[in-house]
Write a protein that binds this ligand. Sequence first.
Ligand SMILES: Cc1cc2nc3c(=O)[nH]c(=O)nc-3n(C[C@H](O)[C@H](O)[C@H](O)COP(=O)(O)OP(=O)(O)OC[C@H]3O[C@@H](n4cnc5c(N)ncnc54)[C@H](O)[C@@H]3O)c2cc1C
Length: 401
Amino acid sequence: MDLTISPEDEAFRQEVRTFIRDNLPKHLPREVLRLGYLAHGAKRVLEWGKILYKKGWAAPPWPVEYGGTGWTDMQRHIFEEECWKADAPMIAMGALSLVGPVIYTFGTPELKAKFLPLILRGEIFWAQGFSEPNAGSDLASLKTTAVLDGDHYVVNGSKIWTSGAHFADWGFFLVRTDSTVKAQKGISFLLIDMKTPGITLRPIVSIDGMYHLNQTFLDNVRVPRENLVGEPGQGWSFGKFLLENERTGSAFINYTKREWAKARDIARAEMKNGKPLIEDPEFSRRLAKVQIEIQALEYSVLRVLSKEKSRYDSIAVAAVLKLHGSDLHQKVTELQYDALGDKALHHFTEAQLEDPDSDPPGMPDYVAGRTAEYLISRAATIYGGSQQVQRGIIAKLAFGL
Ligand SMILES: Cc1cc2nc3c(=O)[nH]c(=O)nc-3n(C[C@H](O)[C@H](O)[C@H](O)COP(=O)(O)OP(=O)(O)OC[C@H]3O[C@@H](n4cnc5c(N)ncnc54)[C@H](O)[C@@H]3O)c2cc1C
């Protein structure tokens, strides 16, 4: 494995950095930091997506024929790193990493022609409708049904924890089209216009006091038959495809690097016993320990990107990255929260986080949003598959236990 950054990669980094400096709207970084990892929502994600589209950089992970950039994996990594460093909004993950690849790989020419340009141009935001009240880790037991009636599927059931459904234009749903076969074989992948009659949302306010999540009810929702991706019963295998396709994303590596740097900056600015907190041996040891863990994880990510052949199953490798990535995701927010001391106790409402001019006089700029981020990052070890489930996958697929 050769992980040297070549002169070409370095030149590419400069090109990306310059582009971001000249094109990232000035209001976005501050809003992104205040509103955090999950909360900055469709508006800002799509605003940045449209700018990247004009440059031809909207979909780096996609094949060139569908609008991808043709970059090497190292270039993609550099691009993402620079975007995170500049506090740009994250990419539209649901669209670019999840549903987009399913559509261009398994969709009909009509579905590709309809949706891929809309995704590339940053015109639609997607929600993911997989989990149900009694089907999370055990997703195969999902009960939402889609029954064919003429040229429509009629969908009934309820989904839960649907992130961003309240600003989503479309949703990609796993539904049961056949109850007579083995659970996994009866699941299909359906694209649903979120404005279709019969869809209602119940907001769920999470521990950070913000509204990111929903329970989504589907009552006799009529969905054109052509919105089914692939064949009936293929939905389950798309989940595996998604994991293999985007193995390194769940490591959160660039997010974690950025948030670690912010924790360090807070520790430089905050005082303890008359000295900057960064000079406190206990705190600086904690910072260093987490930095070393982040570097180790980054090397694991780079090894996967370098396509170094692993003797382990690729799903197990993705599980290792998710396990450590989400653990570090939480640790960096804990560092920030602890570094803030009692400033972390100041409560900012969602409306105040949306408005950078609403901070109390004298409140440093780096405070707003940090406690909310610390709280919502408790979910990082649950969404996308809990820690226990990842360990189960590793035990089974890597070690045959
Ligand atoms: C913030 C957030 C955003 C989310 N966004 C979305 C979204 O947009 N779309 C979507 O579809 N879903 C979303 N989810 C749902 C998420 O994928 C599920 O919460 C997750 O898969 C766990 O399922 P569950 O909540 O039903 O917990 P359960 O599966 O009921 O698990 C409960 C506990 O049991 C443990 N457990 C379960 N099975 C096993 C096992 N086999 N071995 C060992 N331990 C086990 C778990 O680790 C956990 O500790 C989101 C969740 C959160 C918290």
